[in-house]
Design a protein around this ligand. Sequence first.
Ligand code: C2O
Ligand code: CU
Length: 467
Amino acid sequence: MPIISRRTLLKGSAAAATSFALGAGLAARNGIAAPTPVLLKAQFTEARLAADGVTPKIMTYGLGDGTATGVPPVLRMKKGEPFAARLLNALDEPTTVHWHGMRIVNSMDGVPEMTQPYVYPGDGFDYAFTPPDAGTFWYHPHCNTLTQMGHGLTGVIVVENPADPIFDAEIVLNLRDWRLGRGGEFLPPFKPRDAARGGTYGTVRTANWQQEPMHQAPAGGLLRVRLAATDVTRIYILGIEGATAMVVALDGNPVDAPFPLDRLDFGPGQRVELIVRMPDDEGAVVKLGNFRGSSPFTIASITATGQSLKRDIRDVRPLPANPIAEADLSTAEKIPLDFTATAEHAPSPSICGTIGYTFWAINKVPWPGDTPDPVAPLSDLKLGKSYVLQVRNRTPHAHPIHLHGMTFRILKSNTRKILPPPTDTILLQPDEQAELGLVADNPGDWLLHCHIIEHQKTGMTGYFRVA
Ligand code: C2O
Ligand code: CU
């Protein structure tokens, strides 16, 4: 087994410490105070997620003194300002932190073997970067993810933009399911026959670790709701009852023209930002719900409080755009990417866990897991050059395909009429074929994988090398 030596680990941390120091130096030159790292402690906790018992050994991130109970903290950052976090691993297995959707330097991306060493129990790692984009993002481990994320280790990131309009209230919702049996104990994280299909669903559905939580917001006010789908499997069709809501951002990027929320596909890894016009009557209840599948359910409800603020939903304007480069289609090279099922075989074991099966592949190659010696990149990309990824879902299941470190634009698709703003995740529908334009503007090795974690872990992963 390719166990990393303690020396390599220290070397890795030293490299991280250097980049932390670099970040601080840069900040000082810009007249911005060097950030004090946020202490982010990966640790065990317990909580009452289901009615019939307390769930032990939930994994979560504790901030600061680490006395976290309940939902992992929302990390707040500012666009263009340096951020730093010190991960401390108080779990009983290696972990890392990946900053999902953030276009940051490769060495901070959190992928073991590829961008950083494993962080063993009792050890730490310093992350430092400057978020270039404002919006809603999230953070999670990139090691033994089916278990670690399935057991709770996910948090939402809000990158604030001082240029954003001010709303009357804001709610951040971390949406996830839990696979719990009787008494609130964790069930095995997956069933092989489901992993080979749409993925294994949890048994308890929550927002911020609560079933159908009730929130409040000023009557007649404009409420900003940030939702992140951090579940390992569930795809939502998002809708609202009792109010009108405008979709203002998807996957961390503002839409050009806000549009009313009707039924919106929303898969693992993705984010949605809404502006809800709360009803005028005190006590009126707005419900956010999932309308996918045969039994729709309420995700969260919001009660109007106080006297109406009498805001006008027509005052909702597009949010300021992020600085995403547009692909030059006249020179872009085309790269076909086929997402398929593959013949079953056992993958090699890895420090970050394997679930023991291979069901999926990209361009016929199933990912072997996190190893010091991975397969070749899907393609070598030239730094600064434009590309068109021709993605084809050749399966009857939906796959939320996520690219690390870079943002792409869906240029066309055979299944959708409205194209979203630039994104890090495309929820590829069954048999969908789409073209994704991107500029390879971030050097390093960047993973591309399905965010249904069972699919990611059973072969549907690859990477690009940008140099
Ligand atoms: Cu949410 Cu590989 O990422
Ligand atoms: Cu998938």
